[in-house]
Design a protein around this ligand. Structure first.
Ligand code: GDP
Length: 464
């Protein structure tokens, strides 16, 4: 069989056409992942007529011609509920998309006029497949557990039992009182204490607005709900010594707890990093700084601590374990302070500088091994309109929107601190960032947003 040079070139070109990018979207619960992905997909699906993306060069310059949804490649992963989310936004009254609690995925095919490399000369159009993967940031909080043994992890958990945590942990600790963990394991007792521990973690999240909860799967179990691998808990280092844990019989309660902890590390944490994390190309981390500012200093500091832990997943330079095991290939990370439509526009730069402070250490370290990072504020789906009100003869910035109760609101929600708030600040300042309902949206128009185009430019602009 004769193969012509033309055939070879065509083969080479079509291989070049099939380009892929895997964009990972993460953030702690309620940070705004579902709203962000819904808006991102919606903006791209309207690309040929979208007047709302002036900062996204491929659209502005007419390079990106169109986008459509195509079946996702990974058949074992849940589908991201775009239609369901849009259904809620377009209903009357509109409501926010329902968040997902597991990994989910959606794929778009983006048709564009190649601007780079040989394709520029050989083809009029090419396709970039964009896989968007949504996964809970809580799962990234588990990474540091890989470097701890059961006893060291127990010590760390007990050291954190202060303030609200100490109060919330009372029932769980009571259920552990006067137990001899060196005795033969009683499965039903372990299940009962695990349930109290899990309840404690849930309460930290939902009642107290705290984010740093470990193990992450206990509060967002995904497909592992009810599995014995989620039935363990830390033991009190004042009652049990490191030596007792090391010498524990494998059939004792201590032995079983230790084994389940190790199993969780090997069969839950590691596979997550191997299957997903190592394959991502780009990453966006969404952070809601406003809700913790509303909730007070404990919640705010806890959020900072959670973000710091979460950043550990991007500190490849320092984290040899991560590098050795998973060889991640992410080259760009975007930190986005979400829900910017909750504050008046002149506060947006404050949101960015606050965010920069929160991730300061990671941000300034060039040890990110060639990963570029950027911080911005955005609103995936803007629910307010900025304006002015006159107060005592002065024009004051204000926001107009509809509260979750359906009442029209005009308000100035408060100032976002430029720097990390100190104790004097908490004493003096009052924040009132009220939640808004999404506005009425036309089904043939792209969703209103703030700076989604800037985010798209950073994450995808160089790929066409
Ligand atoms: P997830 O848990 O990270 O997926 O968070 P969601 O995307 O479900 O967002 C949680 C809630 O935050 C939503 O139900 C909305 O109330 C609010 N929210 C998210 N994004 C925005 C936004 O861009 N603007 C406004 N005003 N609210 C938002």
């Amino acid at each position: 069989m004769r193969v012509s040079i033309g055939d070879e070139v065509n083969k080479w070109v079509s291989r070049g056409l099939d380009r892929h990018i895997r964009l990972a979207v993460t953030g702690l619960s309620t940070a705004g992942k579902t709203a962000f992905i819904t808006s991102l997909v919606n903006q791209l699906l309207h690309v040929s007529t979208n007047p709302r993306l002036p900062l996204f060069a491929p659209v502005r310059d007419g390079v990106l011609q169109g986008a459509k949804r195509v079946p996702q490649p990974d058949l074992c992963m849940a589908r991201f509920g775009y239609d369901e989310g849009m259904g809620r936004l377009l209903s009357d009254p509109p409501s926010w998309p329902q968040p997902t609690n597991d990994v989910s995925q959606i794929r778009l095919a983006l048709k564009y006029v190649p601007q780079q490399g040989a394709l520029k000369y050989l083809q009029n159009s090419a396709t970039l497949y964009l896989d968007i993967i949504d996964y809970p940031g809580e799962w990234l909080l588990d990474l540091p557990m890989l470097e701890l043994d059961f006893y060291a992890w127990s010590e760390q958990q007990f050291a954190s039992l202060k303030g609200k945590r100490e109060t919330l942990a009372a029932t769980w600790r009571e259920s552990m009182r006067d137990r001899d963990w060196s005795q033969a394991a009683d499965e039903s007792l372990l299940a009962e204490v695990s349930k109290h521990y899990t309840d404690y973690l849930y309460q930290c999240k939902s009642a107290a607005g705290l984010h740093w909860v470990q193990p992450g799967r206990f509060v967002l179990p995904g497909e592992l709900a009810g599995a014995p691998v989620l039935q363990f808990f830390p033991i009190d280092p004042e009652q049990v010594s490191a030596q007792q844990v090391a010498d524990a019989d494998k059939d004792s309660a201590l032995g079983l707890l230790k084994a389940r902890f190790e199993h969780y590390k090997q069969h839950v944490i590691k596979p997550f990093y191997k299957q997903h994390f190592s394959k991502f190309d780009r990453q966006i981390i969404l952070v809601d700084c406003l809700q913790p500012l509303n909730a007070g200093p404990e919640s705010f500091n806890d959020m900072r601590q959670a973000i710091e832990h979460l950043m550990g997943s991007f500190r490849y330079g320092r984290n040899n374990l991560l590098k050795r095991l998973f060889a991640p290939r992410i080259d760009k990370v975007l930190f986005a302070a979400t829900k910017a439509d909750h504050v008046t526009p002149e506060q947006h730069p404050h949101m960015v500088s606050l965010m920069q402070q929160i991730i300061h250490e990671a941000y300034q370290h060039a040890s990110f091994e060639g990963i570029s990072m950027e911080c911005m504020s955005l609103a995936s789906i803007s629910a307010t309109t900025p304006g002015f009100v006159s107060h005592k003869g002065e024009q004051m910035a204000a926001l107009q929107g509809t509260g979750l109760d359906g009442e029209a609101r005009m308000l100035f929600p408060g100032e976002v601190p430029k720097r990390l708030p100190n104790s004097a600040f908490w004493d003096e300042q009052g924040f009132d960032f009220v939640p808004f309902r999404p506005g009425n949206i036309e089904s043939d128009e792209p969703l209103p947003h703030i700076r989604m185009d800037k985010a798209l430019q950073y994450l995808l602009g160089d790929k066409f």
